[in-house]
Write a protein that binds this ligand. Structure first.
Ligand SMILES: [Zn+2]
Length: 363
């Protein structure tokens, strides 16, 4: 019995050693993110049981999406996993955030839609950390080889875990906060969320745009509420489907922090959306040339109530970038994240991992 116990221990040690060598070897940006994050909190690591904050890591996946959310109860939700390929670059960056948060599994993986900059990283990520529950809208609706090929690879991984097929109006079962699904598979909520509602006067100037035939207007979108703090992540929801959540009535309500939809592309630049959400701060997960359109920047600059926009990359598309201190990566040679930390009273902080600078937004 004793010998058998020892051999199990040795096997476990070998597996651990192989696992850690694999992730350390392929991801140079990880130590930078981790060092900077630890320095910003004085070198200590928050144990999950000590948490009082809802923590966000807006991970740099070069113009795709990967957003890690860790709840005060220690549960985790990852929204998308960036690109596949590139020697495991994006899963490596997700793992740097996962390790910083002290997680041993992803409790919920929300796949907003079946494009490579969102779901491409999932198979490699699943080799590095267990994923417990998969959330998506079902089979891809976009015709063509690209989305189907991505889905086929992803669905093999999904078959190993629990599965929630998200529908508008669903609430994901995380403890201590409300995570409401507002869009999925092209369908939208039709009634206002709690704390949403009300006519949106900015709709008077709405310019109608048709949905395109891609996955984007099929994105799974969520509104997350933690006490008086609200956050919205609508994936790449765009055009008519994006507008319909806010016009003629604001079905979502105001938020404190907004992840600019579809990386800041023109098809999501709808002033009535920004007016309805009325965010205090926004994050744009753009790349050096991906997303971040001139007109989106211009509209974000115009919004008087919006104190800051934090960009994952300095955009080469436009001169309208926000100040460098609000930008995590000045070019595409680094992979710094933007972090945010929210309290139940509605206050939150945002940190640029590149500079270590933190700004506090009062309640
Ligand atoms: Zn995208």
């Amino acid at each position: 019995m004793g010998l058998r116990h020892a051999s199990v221990l040795i096997a476990a040690f070998v597996a651990l050693a192989i696992g850690s060598a694999g992730s350390a070897g392929s991801e140079p940006p990880s130590p930078r993110l981790q060092r900077s994050a630890e320095a910003s909190r004085g070198g200590g690591r928050t144990r999950p049981t000590d948490r009082k904050t809802l923590d966000f890591y807006f991970i740099d996946v070069e113009g795709g999406q990967s957003t890690l959310i860790v709840t005060p109860a220690g549960q985790s939700m990852l929204v998308d996993a960036g690109y596949g390929g590139n020697d495991g670059r994006d899963p490596g960056r997700v793992m740097a955030a996962v390790n910083d948060a002290g997680l041993t599994q992803i409790d919920y993986l929300v796949t907003t839609h079946f494009h490579g900059d969102h779901v491409g990283g999932v198979p490699e990520l699943s080799r590095r950390i267990p994923i417990h529950t998969f959330v998506d809208y079902g089979e891809p609706l976009e015709n063509g080889f690209g989305a189907r090929r991505l889905y086929d690879a992803y669905s093999l991984i999904r078959a190993n875990g629990q599965y929630i097929q998200a529908k508008p109006g669903d609430r994901l079962p995380l403890k201590g906060l409300d995570v409401d699904v507002v869009s999925a598979g092209g369908a939208l909520i039709t009634k206002p969320l709690a704390h949403g509602g009300g006519a949106n006067p900015a709709c008077a100037a709405l310019v109608k745009k048709e949905n395109d035939e891609t996955e984007n207007p099929r994105s799974v979108g969520i509104r997350l509420r933690f006490g008086r703090f609200q956050f919205v992540d609508l994936g790449d929801l765009s055009n008519a489907n994006l507008a319909a959540l806010f016009c003629p009535e604001n079905l979502i309500g105001q938020v404190r922090l907004y992840l600019v939809t579809h990386h800041g592309n023109s098809d999501t630049n709808i002033p009535a959306v920004l007016a309805a959400l009325h965010p205090r701060a926004a994050i744009m997960n753009n790349g050096i040339t991906k997303g971040g359109s001139y007109d989106t920047f211009r509209e974000l600059h115009r919004a008087a109530w919006l104190e800051d926009v934090w960009q994952l990359h300095k955009s080469q598309n436009t001169e309208e970038n926000f100040p460098d201190g609000r930008i995590a990566n000045l070019d595409d040679t680094t992979g710094y994240a933007i972090r945010a930390s929210a309290r139940e009273d509605g206050s939150f902080t945002v940190t640029n991992s590149r500079t270590g600078e933190t700004k506090r937004y009062a309640k």
